[in-house]
Design a binder for this molecule. Structure first.
Ligand code: FPP
Length: 237
Protein backbone atom coordinates (compact mmCIF):
# COMPACT_ATOMS: atom_id res chain seq x y z
CA UNK A 1 0.00 0.00 0.00
CA UNK A 2 1.17 3.54 -0.68
CA UNK A 3 0.45 6.88 1.02
CA UNK A 4 -3.07 7.03 -0.41
CA UNK A 5 -3.86 3.39 0.42
CA UNK A 6 -4.00 1.77 -3.03
CA UNK A 7 -2.47 -1.62 -3.70
CA UNK A 8 0.41 -0.80 -6.06
CA UNK A 9 0.24 -4.06 -7.97
CA UNK A 10 -3.10 -3.02 -9.58
CA UNK A 11 -2.19 0.58 -10.39
CA UNK A 12 -2.43 1.75 -13.98
CA UNK A 13 1.09 2.32 -15.28
CA UNK A 14 0.03 5.06 -17.68
CA UNK A 15 -2.88 7.44 -17.00
CA UNK A 16 -4.00 9.90 -19.68
CA UNK A 17 -6.33 12.79 -18.86
CA UNK A 18 -8.51 14.95 -21.09
CA UNK A 19 -8.89 18.03 -18.89
CA UNK A 20 -12.23 19.43 -20.05
CA UNK A 21 -14.66 21.98 -18.67
CA UNK A 22 -12.54 25.02 -17.78
CA UNK A 23 -14.70 27.30 -19.94
CA UNK A 24 -18.00 26.10 -18.45
CA UNK A 25 -16.58 26.37 -14.95
CA UNK A 26 -15.70 30.04 -15.57
CA UNK A 27 -19.01 30.76 -17.31
CA UNK A 28 -20.95 29.46 -14.33
CA UNK A 29 -19.15 32.12 -12.28
CA UNK A 30 -19.61 34.90 -14.86
CA UNK A 31 -15.86 35.04 -15.35
CA UNK A 32 -13.75 34.94 -18.54
CA UNK A 33 -12.60 31.56 -19.88
CA UNK A 34 -9.03 32.45 -18.90
CA UNK A 35 -10.13 32.33 -15.25
CA UNK A 36 -11.17 28.71 -15.73
CA UNK A 37 -7.89 27.81 -17.43
CA UNK A 38 -5.93 29.44 -14.59
CA UNK A 39 -7.87 27.39 -12.05
CA UNK A 40 -7.20 24.38 -14.29
CA UNK A 41 -3.46 24.85 -13.87
CA UNK A 42 -3.89 24.63 -10.08
CA UNK A 43 -5.61 21.27 -10.60
CA UNK A 44 -2.75 20.15 -12.82
CA UNK A 45 -0.28 20.80 -9.98
CA UNK A 46 -2.41 18.84 -7.52
CA UNK A 47 -3.03 15.87 -9.83
CA UNK A 48 0.68 15.67 -10.75
CA UNK A 49 1.60 15.54 -7.04
CA UNK A 50 -1.03 12.88 -6.32
CA UNK A 51 0.09 10.78 -9.29
CA UNK A 52 3.68 10.88 -8.05
CA UNK A 53 2.53 10.00 -4.50
CA UNK A 54 0.51 7.04 -5.78
CA UNK A 55 3.43 5.69 -7.79
CA UNK A 56 1.89 6.11 -11.26
CA UNK A 57 4.65 5.72 -13.88
CA UNK A 58 3.35 8.02 -16.61
CA UNK A 59 0.74 10.79 -16.60
CA UNK A 60 -0.15 12.28 -19.98
CA UNK A 61 -2.19 15.50 -19.90
CA UNK A 62 -3.98 16.89 -22.96
CA UNK A 63 -3.16 20.60 -22.66
CA UNK A 64 -3.67 21.78 -26.26
CA UNK A 65 -4.95 19.88 -29.27
CA UNK A 66 -4.22 20.56 -32.94
CA UNK A 67 -7.88 21.70 -33.13
CA UNK A 68 -7.53 24.23 -30.30
CA UNK A 69 -5.97 26.77 -32.71
CA UNK A 70 -9.58 27.42 -33.84
CA UNK A 71 -10.29 29.18 -30.54
CA UNK A 72 -10.05 32.97 -30.30
CA UNK A 73 -6.56 34.46 -30.62
CA UNK A 74 -6.88 35.74 -27.08
CA UNK A 75 -7.70 32.31 -25.64
CA UNK A 76 -4.83 30.68 -27.54
CA UNK A 77 -2.51 33.38 -26.20
CA UNK A 78 -3.72 32.77 -22.63
CA UNK A 79 -3.21 29.00 -22.92
CA UNK A 80 0.30 29.40 -24.33
CA UNK A 81 1.27 31.86 -21.62
CA UNK A 82 -0.16 29.62 -18.89
CA UNK A 83 2.08 26.82 -20.16
CA UNK A 84 5.10 29.15 -20.10
CA UNK A 85 4.18 30.30 -16.57
CA UNK A 86 3.66 26.73 -15.43
CA UNK A 87 7.10 25.66 -16.63
CA UNK A 88 8.80 28.75 -15.24
CA UNK A 89 7.25 28.39 -11.80
CA UNK A 90 7.13 24.60 -11.45
CA UNK A 91 10.19 23.11 -13.10
CA UNK A 92 12.39 23.27 -9.97
CA UNK A 93 9.62 21.73 -7.87
CA UNK A 94 9.02 19.00 -10.47
CA UNK A 95 12.75 18.28 -10.52
CA UNK A 96 12.77 18.11 -6.70
CA UNK A 97 9.88 15.59 -6.87
CA UNK A 98 12.07 13.54 -9.28
CA UNK A 99 9.52 14.04 -12.06
CA UNK A 100 10.77 13.44 -15.60
CA UNK A 101 9.10 16.02 -17.79
CA UNK A 102 8.42 15.51 -21.48
CA UNK A 103 6.06 16.88 -24.04
CA UNK A 104 4.43 15.39 -27.14
CA UNK A 105 2.96 17.10 -30.18
CA UNK A 106 4.16 19.22 -33.07
CA UNK A 107 6.48 21.77 -31.49
CA UNK A 108 7.28 23.63 -34.69
CA UNK A 109 4.08 25.73 -34.57
CA UNK A 110 4.49 26.75 -30.90
CA UNK A 111 5.78 30.14 -29.78
CA UNK A 112 9.61 30.00 -29.71
CA UNK A 113 9.76 30.78 -26.00
CA UNK A 114 7.47 27.90 -25.05
CA UNK A 115 9.23 25.48 -27.37
CA UNK A 116 12.62 26.42 -25.87
CA UNK A 117 11.29 26.00 -22.34
CA UNK A 118 9.87 22.56 -23.16
CA UNK A 119 13.25 21.41 -24.45
CA UNK A 120 15.04 22.89 -21.42
CA UNK A 121 12.58 21.21 -19.02
CA UNK A 122 13.08 17.86 -20.75
CA UNK A 123 16.84 18.19 -20.57
CA UNK A 124 16.88 19.28 -16.93
CA UNK A 125 14.73 16.36 -15.77
CA UNK A 126 15.84 13.67 -18.24
CA UNK A 127 17.61 11.55 -15.63
CA UNK A 128 14.84 11.69 -13.00
CA UNK A 129 13.37 8.36 -12.04
CA UNK A 130 9.98 9.30 -10.56
CA UNK A 131 6.71 10.06 -12.35
CA UNK A 132 7.03 10.77 -16.06
CA UNK A 133 4.86 13.84 -16.73
CA UNK A 134 4.00 13.94 -20.39
CA UNK A 135 2.19 17.06 -21.61
CA UNK A 136 0.45 16.97 -25.00
CA UNK A 137 0.67 20.37 -26.71
CA UNK A 138 -0.40 20.94 -30.32
CA UNK A 139 -1.02 17.20 -30.31
CA UNK A 140 -3.37 15.25 -32.59
CA UNK A 141 -3.59 11.46 -32.69
CA UNK A 142 -4.22 11.17 -36.43
CA UNK A 143 -1.35 13.55 -37.24
CA UNK A 144 0.94 11.47 -35.01
CA UNK A 145 -0.05 8.22 -36.74
CA UNK A 146 0.30 9.71 -40.24
CA UNK A 147 3.71 11.21 -39.41
CA UNK A 148 4.93 7.87 -38.03
CA UNK A 149 3.66 6.01 -41.11
CA UNK A 150 5.36 8.52 -43.39
CA UNK A 151 8.66 8.34 -41.49
CA UNK A 152 8.50 4.56 -41.61
CA UNK A 153 7.87 4.54 -45.37
CA UNK A 154 10.70 6.99 -46.01
CA UNK A 155 13.18 5.09 -43.82
CA UNK A 156 12.21 1.83 -45.48
CA UNK A 157 12.53 3.30 -48.99
CA UNK A 158 15.95 4.70 -48.04
CA UNK A 159 17.04 1.26 -46.86
CA UNK A 160 17.49 2.43 -43.23
CA UNK A 161 15.29 -0.40 -41.90
CA UNK A 162 14.64 -3.87 -43.26
CA UNK A 163 11.35 -4.60 -41.44
CA UNK A 164 8.65 -1.89 -41.57
CA UNK A 165 6.63 -3.72 -38.88
CA UNK A 166 4.91 -2.87 -35.59
CA UNK A 167 8.06 -2.22 -33.58
CA UNK A 168 9.55 0.09 -36.19
CA UNK A 169 6.21 1.91 -36.42
CA UNK A 170 5.92 2.36 -32.64
CA UNK A 171 9.48 3.67 -32.52
CA UNK A 172 8.29 6.59 -34.66
CA UNK A 173 5.43 7.64 -32.35
CA UNK A 174 5.91 10.46 -29.83
CA UNK A 175 5.32 8.01 -27.00
CA UNK A 176 8.13 5.64 -27.95
CA UNK A 177 9.55 4.04 -24.81
CA UNK A 178 6.45 4.68 -22.69
CA UNK A 179 4.02 1.92 -21.67
CA UNK A 180 0.63 1.81 -23.43
CA UNK A 181 -2.10 3.90 -21.87
CA UNK A 182 -4.01 1.89 -19.24
CA UNK A 183 -6.55 4.45 -18.11
CA UNK A 184 -8.15 7.45 -19.81
CA UNK A 185 -10.01 9.98 -17.68
CA UNK A 186 -12.16 12.71 -19.22
CA UNK A 187 -13.82 15.38 -17.11
CA UNK A 188 -16.89 17.56 -17.78
CA UNK A 189 -19.39 14.92 -18.92
CA UNK A 190 -18.28 14.65 -22.55
CA UNK A 191 -17.82 11.00 -23.51
CA UNK A 192 -15.43 11.01 -26.44
CA UNK A 193 -11.73 10.66 -27.17
CA UNK A 194 -11.19 13.77 -29.34
CA UNK A 195 -8.13 12.56 -31.26
CA UNK A 196 -6.11 11.80 -28.09
CA UNK A 197 -3.49 9.02 -28.21
CA UNK A 198 -5.55 7.01 -30.71
CA UNK A 199 -2.92 4.30 -31.16
CA UNK A 200 -1.85 4.07 -27.52
CA UNK A 201 -5.35 3.63 -26.01
CA UNK A 202 -6.10 0.37 -27.85
CA UNK A 203 -6.77 -1.55 -24.59
CA UNK A 204 -7.26 1.36 -22.18
CA UNK A 205 -10.06 1.47 -19.64
CA UNK A 206 -12.16 4.63 -19.93
CA UNK A 207 -13.51 6.81 -17.13
CA UNK A 208 -15.89 9.70 -17.67
CA UNK A 209 -16.96 12.07 -14.93
CA UNK A 210 -19.35 15.04 -15.00
CA UNK A 211 -16.99 17.02 -12.76
CA UNK A 212 -15.48 20.02 -14.55
CA UNK A 213 -11.65 20.01 -14.61
CA UNK A 214 -11.21 22.93 -12.17
CA UNK A 215 -13.28 20.93 -9.63
CA UNK A 216 -11.52 17.59 -10.21
CA UNK A 217 -9.96 17.00 -6.79
CA UNK A 218 -7.27 14.59 -5.70
CA UNK A 219 -9.96 12.70 -3.78
CA UNK A 220 -11.98 12.13 -6.94
CA UNK A 221 -8.81 11.18 -8.82
CA UNK A 222 -7.96 8.56 -6.20
CA UNK A 223 -11.53 7.22 -6.42
CA UNK A 224 -11.16 6.94 -10.21
CA UNK A 225 -7.89 5.03 -9.79
CA UNK A 226 -9.58 2.75 -7.24
CA UNK A 227 -12.32 2.11 -9.80
CA UNK A 228 -9.62 1.11 -12.30
CA UNK A 229 -8.05 -1.32 -9.83
CA UNK A 230 -11.37 -3.20 -9.64
CA UNK A 231 -11.76 -3.65 -13.38
CA UNK A 232 -11.18 -6.98 -15.02
CA UNK A 233 -8.98 -6.45 -18.06
CA UNK A 234 -9.03 -9.26 -20.59
CA UNK A 235 -7.32 -7.75 -23.65
CA UNK A 236 -9.71 -9.69 -25.87
CA UNK A 237 -8.70 -12.98 -24.23
C1 FPP B 1 -10.64 22.20 -21.96
O1 FPP B 1 -11.60 23.02 -21.35
C2 FPP B 1 -9.31 22.63 -21.54
C3 FPP B 1 -8.33 23.04 -22.40
C4 FPP B 1 -8.48 23.12 -23.85
C5 FPP B 1 -7.03 23.49 -21.88
C6 FPP B 1 -6.42 22.65 -20.80
C7 FPP B 1 -5.33 23.43 -20.22
C8 FPP B 1 -5.08 23.63 -18.90
C9 FPP B 1 -5.82 22.96 -17.84
C10 FPP B 1 -4.01 24.56 -18.49
C11 FPP B 1 -2.61 24.33 -18.96
C12 FPP B 1 -2.07 22.96 -18.73
C13 FPP B 1 -0.91 22.63 -18.10
C14 FPP B 1 -0.36 21.27 -18.27
C15 FPP B 1 -0.15 23.57 -17.25
P1 FPP B 1 -12.53 23.90 -22.28
O2 FPP B 1 -11.91 25.25 -22.40
O3 FPP B 1 -12.76 23.20 -23.58
O4 FPP B 1 -13.83 23.95 -21.44
P2 FPP B 1 -15.33 24.01 -21.99
O5 FPP B 1 -15.56 22.74 -22.78
O6 FPP B 1 -16.14 24.07 -20.74
O7 FPP B 1 -15.45 25.25 -22.83
Amino acid sequence: MDRVGIDKSYLPRHVAIIMDGNGRWAKARNRPRSFGHRKGVERVKEIVRTSADMGIEVLTLYAFSTENWKRSQEEVRVLMSLLVEYLASEIDELDRQKVRFRSIGDRTALPGKLSGMLTAAEEKTARNTGLCLDVAINYGGRDEICAAARALALDYAAGKISDPGKESFEARLFTYGLPDVDFVIRTSGEERISNFLLYQIAYAELYFTKTLWPDFSSEEYVRAIEDFTRRNRRYGG
